[in-house]
Design a protein around this ligand. Structure first.
Ligand code: NAP
Ligand code: GDP
Length: 333
């Protein structure tokens, strides 16, 4: 029998890779998206014709419950969120409303309708925030340090409470930064890949960056959606830390990207103090041992291959006019 998966945030980076994975496994894939975001569906590109989109206001409990009842999904992946952390300072309440509200509404619908639906919540390494221990595991205390992390923590606890109180099959993936050519350009990996490609083609000549010493545990989005799916196939619902366990600095990222197109990055990159962030001394790095042991999950794509692929894709896109080169006034952090 065909399995049905509902995905919120289907038009984002992970939505694309997850849809592709599930379609390849023979699932019927339905995206839940607000009518106001209809134009985002084009971001699904080649998959747009293979998935169904059910337009519904994610803040409308009743309408969401109707959608869940109609679709009778085997699995729900709750990915919708304003995912760029600095944005959450501008709209903390909107971030909380969407992130916690959608998780709560979907879990309530599953429970009230009495479905056996398995539920995945997109949690984040930002739950850990002000960490004292590195690397972080499922046992590390949560101390979020921004409105995004706080909203994600609230959604995480809501999911845990529903699981423990009602026995729902609900899991949280505590995912570290994961990237791809579909990452929006405000994120540092894509900003750098687009800049390296733009400079290589003579379309730009400078790149202004924030903290070059900041470090992240970066992986490939395609590997991470596999972990989401595996969590929902397990015998018991549990939460998992998903990351590579390796740290790279922004400087490493830039060097790898520019080297891949035979450029000396030191000739093109300046630090703009306006792009520096506060509170950057905490090192978020995953200990994904539990996922490796229980789910047999491990990342397949190396940092170097990820960055090279992103630069190569941006080179092709720039040559065909599919994206515009990065310009100085776009270099906001
Ligand atoms: P993304 O590319 O930014 O996609 C976010 C999705 O949420 C998009 O479909 C977006 O719609 C939708 N969305 C944003 N604001 C919304 C709103 N107000 N109402 C309804 N929908 C809204 O993010 P991603 O990288 O795929 O990440 C997927 C999930 O994993 C997110 O919850 C993110 O917070 C979480 N996460 C990501 C990472 C990472 O490194 N990528 C790490 C940990 C956790 P539009 O397409 O219309 O904008
Ligand atoms: P985040 O981990 O979700 O905040 O992902 P980002 O890709 O936005 O940022 C990753 C790291 O890169 C952070 O430590 C930033 O301070 C650092 N960084 C350094 N320069 C830049 C920049 O120009 N833009 C962005 N977005 N981040 C930068």
């Amino acid at each position: 029998m065909t399995h049905t998966a509902l995905i919120t945030g289907i038009t984002g980076q992970d939505g694309y890779y997850l849809s592709r994975l599930l379609l390849n496994k023979g699932y019927r894939v339905v995206g839940l998206a607000p009518p106001s975001r209809q134009s985002s569906v084009t971001k699904l590109g080649d998959l747009a014709d293979q998935v169904e989109i059910y337009f519904v206001d994610l803040t409308d409990s009743q309408a969401l419950a109707v959608a869940v009842e109609q679709m009778q999904p085997d699995e729900i992946y709750n990915l919708a969120a304003p995912s760029f952390v600095p944005q959450s300072w501008a709209d903390p309440l909107g971030t909380l409303d969407l992130v916690t509200g959608t998780a709560t509404r979907l879990l309530t619908a599953i429970r009230q309708i009495g479905l056996e639906t398995r539920f995945y919540q997109a949690s984040s390494s930002e739950l850990f925030g002000h960490v004292e221990d590195s690397p972080q595991s499922e046992l590390t205390p949560f101390r979020p340090k921004n409105p995004y992390g706080a909203a994600k923590l609230h959604a995480h606890w809501t999911m845990v409470h529903q699981r423990e109180h009602y026995g729902l099959f609900a899991c949280s993936g505590i995912l570290y930064n994961h990237e791809s050519p579909l990452r929006p350009p405000q994120f540092v990996t894509r900003k750098v890949s687009l800049a390296a490609a733009s400079i290589k083609l003579g379309l730009s000549d400078r790149l202004y960056m924030g903290n070059l010493d900041a470090k992240r545990d970066w992986g490939f989005a395609g590997d991470y959606v596999e972990a989401m799916w595996l969590m929902l196939q397990a015998d018991t619902p549990e939460d998992y830390v998903i990351g590579t366990g390796r740290l790279h600095s922004v400087r490493d990222l830039i060097a790898t990207a520019f080297e891949s197109v035979n450029l000396d990055w030191t000739q093109y990159v300046d630090v703009d103090p306006n792009l520096l962030r506060v509170d950057e001394h905490f090192q978020l790095v995953a200990n994904p041992a539990k996922a490796k042991k229980n789910l047999s999950w491990q990342p397949q794509i190396s940092f170097e291959r990820l960055v090279e692929t992103m630069v190569r894709t941006d080179l092709e896109r720039l040559k065909t006019g599919a994206v515009a080169p990065i310009t100085v006034d776009q270099q906001v952090s």
